[in-house]
Design a protein around this ligand. Structure first.
Ligand code: ZN
Length: 62
């Protein structure tokens, strides 16, 4: 399924992840402590280009 056996760079535990990076529990922990804001900001930055069109604004007003 395209998963990698890795050693978590954060806690050093072996983990199976789709890509190299912190293991699932570390990601959960990071998200709880500092990741949430960064994710939200990225989503907000992304959205205008995708979704904000004159039509979307008009629909909201309707
Ligand atoms: Zn970890």
């Amino acid at each position: 399924m395209g998963e990698l056996m890795i050693e978590c760079p954060r806690c050093g535990d072996p983990a199976t992840e789709a890509y190299y990076g912190p293991c699932t529990s570390c990601r959960t922990e990071l998200r709880a402590t500092l990741g949430g804001d960064a994710t939200d900001m990225a989503a907000v930055e992304y959205e205008p280009k995708m979704n904000v069109t004159p039509n979307a604004v008009a629909l909201k007003d309707d």
